[in-house]
Design a protein around this ligand. Structure first.
Ligand SMILES: Cc1cc2nc3c(=O)[nH]c(=O)nc-3n(C[C@H](O)[C@H](O)[C@H](O)COP(=O)(O)OP(=O)(O)OC[C@H]3O[C@@H](n4cnc5c(N)ncnc54)[C@H](O)[C@@H]3O)c2cc1C
Length: 527
């Protein structure tokens, strides 16, 4: 049995990667050790940039259907409870200017349904036991209740979580450290005075305590950090249920006016901050928690993993046709590893502020924050300030300048965005009507944005969608990669740098008659 892309692990990252690779023409197999689909959600937040990256895969509407996009919270600072509403943020360059609370399980369900609609089934009960990277193909050894034999693949995407078998097989290091704190999770019933449907966040001397109205087996989800104990499991592995008195103590220490009456499920997880020393070796790639592990502070882990997935899926699919396949595949590590290092630095700092029991952090939370409570409503009214915070967490300004798969024409196209940058959303005129740029590019493939007076391309490709932007004066063009980052920018759309770039990444172009032939075979779209 052989395939183009073997995806190991059907968590959110493996599912998204499989979906994007399939949408760009790859034959995909995705195997998952677990036999059950359900597992309690960990991530509860999807950021704006992640929604943008998933949008061309046609899943954002279903995700938003399951999400709370106008979350309300009560910030408990000492004796004060400050209401926080974060419905409409001052983020004009994204279609998703809001916080989005959605359970990880819902994200997985939506992605898996989308994959099934493409005819790709998650193979459950199939465990990858070993992986060998041969000269022409990688060999994946399958076991478990439903797995046997070898699977040969042109590329293996290790999306198999913090204890990654693929990382181990590739001999890739796992650098970083383990925190001396664990996070406690529990789905509980509460009795008391807590306003329903609202997230409660308590800043106490011992750390932040969150109570979300997002439980899966009971109405409320409790999330708190505490120092590790002798029973704390190895990092990343869920521990045994947390005894009820301990859960009650966490809530009581936080000073919340509520008492736990029943526990449907609970666990604790020891946290770590680590990155793989490389994200690729030969045909083996790492993405998501297999490549990096961070604390939950700032809600970054799954989001960063989905950014990996949508950086890599299309590259694996197009590499076979690419004239520069090595630099295309190599660009994954070059682009994503520094981006992930930044995310880890951010979560490390946030986690310190959120959970450290050291004197400074405890003083800031326990004393300074309550004193500053009257200022919070004032600060929250500073829309720009709040938006900048959301921007940072969402990684809206993160880009890949200097990427080996970027190209610039001669003459270059003036202004921004530049190669490697994310294309910001904006209203433009195209085809005689006003449209949002991100709506224009919301389908798989490469998108070519022609300036108003740019010449029509004399070539075509089933992977390239061409849009003329009448409101953009000039003769140049921007070619956008499938993840919405600028790949090539030319001052003259007839510049051979553009067609050269398309060939390098495996997106054509081909001449008109050939397009017709390829279109019949692939069902692709003529430009
Ligand atoms: C308490 C907590 C709260 C969090 N909150 C957030 C948040 O709000 N926002 C956010 O972005 N992130 C958050 N995270 C992080 C987020 O949960 C993870 O980053 C995310 O689950 C990573 O997804 P993944 O697909 O990479 O890995 P996983 O979800 O771990 O999936 C890996 C899959 O691979 C399978 N697998 C493993 N080995 C094999 C094998 N050998 N063969 C076959 N299958 C295998 C596993 O069974 C599993 O299904 C939180 C984490 C914690 C602990």
């Amino acid at each position: 049995m052989s395939t183009d892309v073997a995806v190991v692990g059907a968590g959110p990252v493996g599912l998204a990667l499989a979906l994007q690779a399939a949408d760009h023409g790859a034959a995909v197999r995705i195997v998952e050790r677990r036999t059950e689909r359900f597992r309690p959600s960990r991530a509860l937040m999807v950021h704006a940039r992640t929604l943008e990256l998933l949008r061309p895969l046609g899943v954002t509407a279903a995700l938003l259907d399951r999400a709370d996009t106008a979350p309300r919270a009560r910030l408990h600072l000492g004796a004060r409870a400050v209401p926080v509403e974060l419905a409409s943020l001052d983020l004009p360059d994204t279609a998703f200017p809001h916080l989005t609370l959605v359970r990880q399980m819902d994200v997985e369900t939506v992605l898996e349904e989308a994959l099934a609609a493409r005819g790709v089934r998650v193979e459950r009960g199939v465990e990858v036991r070993a992986v060998r990277d041969g000269r022409d193909t990688a060999v994946v050894e399958l076991g478990g209740p439903s797995g046997h034999g070898d699977l040969r693949a042109a590329a293996v995407a290790g999306c198999d979580g913090v204890d990654s078998t693929v990382r181990e097989a590739a001999g890739i290091g796992w650098r970083g450290g383990t925190y001396d704190r664990e996070v406690v999770l529990a789905d509980v019933d509460l009795d008391g005075d807590l306003e329903p449907g609202v997230a409660h966040v308590v800043a106490g001397r011992r750390g932040l305590v969150f109570v979300f109205a997002l439980g899966e087996r009971a109405p409320w989800r409790l999330l708190a950090t505490r120092p590790c104990s002798a029973t704390t499991p190895e990092p990343g592995r869920p521990g045994p249920p947390v005894p009820l008195p301990e859960l009650r103590r966490l809530l009581a220490d936080a000073g919340l006016a509520a008492r736990i009456t029943a526990v449907a499920w609970s666990s604790s997880i020891r946290l770590q901050h680590r990155t793989a020393t490389r994200f690729r070796r030969g045909r083996l790639f790492l993405a998501g928690d297999a490549a990096h592990a961070s604390s939950p502070a700032g809600g970054q882990g799954m989001n960063a993993g989905l950014h990996d997935a949508t950086n890599l899926g299309w590259k694996l699919a197009l590499a076979q046709a690419a004239t520069a396949s090595e630099s295309l595949l190599g660009s994954y590590d070059v682009e994503r590893r520094p981006a992930v290092e930044q995310v880890l630095a951010l979560t490390h700092l946030l986690f310190w502020a959120e959970s450290s029991t050291g004197r400074t952090a405890a003083l800031l939370r326990g004393r300074v924050a309550p004193l500053g409570a009257p200022l919070v409503p004032f600060l929250l009214r500073r829309r720009r300030l709040v938006a900048e915070g959301a921007r940072l967490l969402a990684r809206l300004d993160a880009g890949y300048r200097g990427s080996p798969v970027s190209a610039v024409g001669d003459p270059p196209r003036r202004g921004r965005p530049r190669p490697g940058d994310r294309l910001p959303d904006a209203t433009v005129v195209s085809g005689g009507r006003e449209v949002h740029l991100h709506a224009l590019i919301a389908r798989p493939g490469v998108h070519l944005l022609l300036d108003r007076d740019a010449p029509e391309p004399a070539w075509g490709s089933p992977l390239v969608h061409v849009h003329r932007v009448d409101s953009s004066p000039g003769t140049g063009a921007l070619a956008l990669r499938p993840d919405g980052h600028v790949g090539c920018s030319v001052g003259d759309a007839g510049d051979p740098a553009l067609t050269g770039w398309l060939r390098r990444i495996g997106a054509g172009p081909v001449t008109r008659p050939e397009v017709g032939m390829r279109e019949q075979r692939s069902g692709g779209e003529l430009i």
